[in-house]
Design a protein around this ligand. Structure first.
Ligand code: FES
Length: 92
């Protein structure tokens, strides 16, 4: 199992490890902006505050590079859960 929490919120959503983060966000009504869901728009960039996600895949790496993000940033639409994680949203 894996839990997702947004920093500053008490809301937590629990789901299976291996779930894509955006699915947990939608299912748990967590407050993270979502857009294209394919790594094109950058709406879903989050910073990992604690915990970790599954190893980053090449497509997500390329998308993050295009958005000029820092280390520890991930795309909620492409990242897979692998245990408990707390993330910070970058966009309101
Ligand atoms: S929702 Fe567009 S990049 Fe993730």
């Amino acid at each position: 199992m894996a839990k997702v929490q947004i920093e500053g919120s008490d809301a937590v959503h629990e789901c299976e490890s291996g779930t894509r983060m955006y699915e947990a966000i939608e299912d748990g009504n967590l407050k993270v902006p979502l857009g294209c869901l394919h790594g094109h728009c950058g709406a879903c960039v989050v910073e990992v505050v604690s915990g970790s996600l599954a190893e980053i895949k090449e497509g997500e790496k390329l998308a993050l590079r295009a958005f000029d993000t820092e280390e520890d940033m991930r795309l909620a639409c492409l990242a897979y859960l692998d245990g408990d994680v707390v993330v910070r949203t970058l966009k309101p």
